[in-house]
Ligand binder design. Structure first.
Ligand code: AMP
Ligand code: ZN
Length: 140
């Protein structure tokens, strides 16, 4: 897609710090990192979000995430990796080209705010109804 910054990165029209690529995916350093080693994995073929991306590209991204996560683990002093992927402006997707964030948590650093939510039991009736609604939509 002509105006897409991540398509331009794939084509080499915008510089990036590449960590991995294969025929389907490209992985590079996030330039506004939440932590050391914050890496993005994207499909080479433009797709905006989880609803648009072909299943094979999604599978390739997740296969690549195994490689990148292993490299993060062996190269950084980390005690966890958050895998984050945003779809839609309502959850603050900023770049409208599908991307998977791999965000290492470096040992001893403060916890990430987005992984530190409070566990509060929900309303079981509401939970069951929502699960039924989703299951019916999948079956339809
Ligand atoms: P989001 O769409 O909210 O999941 O986040 C987009 C991410 O892309 C942010 O973490 C940005 O720092 C990152 N980003 C935007 N432009 C570039 C770029 N040119 N190179 C590397 N990372 C980028
Ligand atoms: Zn794109």
């Amino acid at each position: 897609m002509a105006d897409c910054i991540f398509c331009k990165i794939v084509k080499g029209e915008i510089p990036s710090f590449k960590v991995y690529e294969d025929d389907t995916v490209f992985a590079f350093a996030d330039i506004n990192p939440i932590s050391d080693g914050h890496t993005l994995i994207i499909p080479k073929k433009h797709a905006e979000n989880i609803w648009e991306i072909p299943a094979d590209d999604l599978a390739a991204i997740h296969r690549a995430s195994k490689k990148v996560a292993a490299a993060l683990k062996s190269s950084l002093n980390l005690d966890g990796v958050a895998v984050l992927q945003l779809n839609g402006r309502g959850v603050n997707q900023v770049v409208m080209h599908y991307h998977l964030h791999l965000i290492p948590h470096i040992s001893g650093n403060p916890k990430f705010f987005m992984t530190d939510w409070e566990l509060k039991p929900g309303n079981m009736d509401v939970i069951r109804k929502n699960a039924e609604k989703i299951a019916s939509a999948i079956a339809a």
